[in-house]
Design a protein around this ligand. Structure first.
Ligand code: 13P
Length: 279
C-alpha cells in the first residue's frame, strides 16, 4: 500500500530504526525490493534518481513503481531521489510520486534555501513531501578529502526553518558509490544535528558502510538510508555466476536471478536498519 513519506519517517524516528530507500533501475529491482519488504514485514521506499533517468526513464518507471507499491502488502513510498531541477520535481509530482528530493547541496547556501523552498511550496500544494540536502555528500574517488564538507549544525536549523522540508539529508563523511575502503562516519556531528533538529535525517551513500556505523546512525536520528550501488553489485555478481555455470543460460531465468539478487541485498539492509516487523 502507498503511504506518506512524512508519516513513514516520523514512525521510524519514534521507533529508532531507519527505512531503507532502494534505487530501482528495473522491474526486477522493484519486484525484488518489494518481495524483501513483504517477507520481512518492513516499510520500504523505492526511489529513482535523476542521474539514473538515461538508463531508467522516469515516465516508464513511474507506473511500475506505483503499481507495485499499490499492490504491496506493506507500506511503500515512491520517491524521487536527487531531483536536480524544479521541473524534474514537477514531473515526478505529476506522475504520482509521493515525495521528492530536491538536491541543491552544491549551490551556495542562500540559493539552496531559495530553490528548495520553491520546490517545497509547489510539492506541498499537491500533498507531496520533500527531502533536501545540506552539506556535501561526495562521490568516491572524485572529491578532495581535505575540505570540510560536513553539514553545519546552525545552518541546518536555519535551512529547515526557511524551506519547510520534511526530511534533511546530511553530510557526515558518507559518499555515493563503491568505497575503496570502509568509511568512518562523523557520528559526533550526527548527534549534534539530531539534538538541534526535531526532523528525520537521511543518510545517502549507504552501500559499503560498516554495520557499526549503520547502527550508530539509526540510533542517532537517521530515519532513511539510501542504497543503490550494493544492489547493482549484488545483481552483477549473481548474473556473472549464473552465466558462468548454467548449462542452458537464458533470459527468463536470468531475470529471475536479478529479482532474487535484488531481494537478497534489500533484505540484508532491511535487517541492518531494523525496520523488519515494523510494517
Ligand atoms: P550508494 O550507491 O552509495 O548506495 O548511494 C545511494 C544513494 O545515496 C542514492 O541517493
Amino acid at each position: 500500500m502507498i503511504v506518506s513519506f512524512k508519516e513513514m519517517l516520523q514512525a521510524a524516528n519514534n521507533g529508532r530504526y531507519a527505512v531503507g530507500a532502494f534505487n530501482c533501475l528495473s522491474l526486477e529491482n522493484v519486484q525484488g525490493a518489494i518481495a524483501a519488504a513483504e517477507e520481512l514485514n518492513s516499510p520500504i521506499i523505492i526511489q529513482l534518481a535523476e542521474v539514473q533517468f538515461p538508463c531508467a526513464p522516469l515516465a516508464l518507471m513511474a507506473p511500475q513503481y506505483l503499481e507495485a507499491a499499490k499492490a504491496a502488502k506493506v507500506p511503500v513510498v515512491v520517491h524521487l531521489d536527487h531531483g536536480q531541477s524544479f521541473q524534474t520535481c514537477v514531473d515526478a509530482v505529476r506522475l504520482g510520486f509521493g515525495s521528492v528530493m530536491f538536491d541543491g547541496a552544491s549551490l551556495p547556501f542562500e540559493e539552496n534555501v531559495r530553490q528548495t523552498a520553491e520546490v517545497a511550496r509547489m510539492a506541498k500544494a499537491f500533498g507531496v513531501d520533500v527531502e533536501a540536502e545540506l552539506g556535501k555528500v561526495g562521490d568516491v574517488g572524485v572529491d578532495d578529502d581535505s575540505v570540510d564538507v560536513f553539514t553545519d549544525v546552525e545552518e541546518s536549523a536555519e535551512f529547515i526553518a526557511r524551506t519547510g522540508v520534511d526530511a534533511l539529508a546530511v553530510a557526515i563523511g558518507n559518499q555515493h558509490g563503491k568505497y575503496v575502503a570502509t568509511p568512518r562516519l562523523n557520528i559526533a556531528r550526527l548527534v549534534e544535528l539530531h539534538e538541534r533538529n526535531a526532523m528525520p535525517l537521511v543518510l545517502h551513500g549507504g552501500s559499503g558502510t560498516s554495520e557499526e556505523d549503520f547502527k550508530s546512525c539509526i540510533h542517532n536520528g537517521i530515519c532513511k538510508i539510501n542504497v543503490a550501488t550494493a544492489i547493482q553489485l549484488g545483481v552483477t555478481e549473481d548474473v556473472q555466476r549464473y552465466l558462468a555455470s548454467a548449462a542452458n543460460p537464458n533470459y527468463i531465468d536470468m531475470k529471475g536471478i536479478i529479482v532474487e539478487a535484488s531481494k537478497r541485498v534489500v533484505a540484508d539492509h532491511i535487517r541492518l536498519f531494523e525496520s523488519n516487523n515494523r510494517a
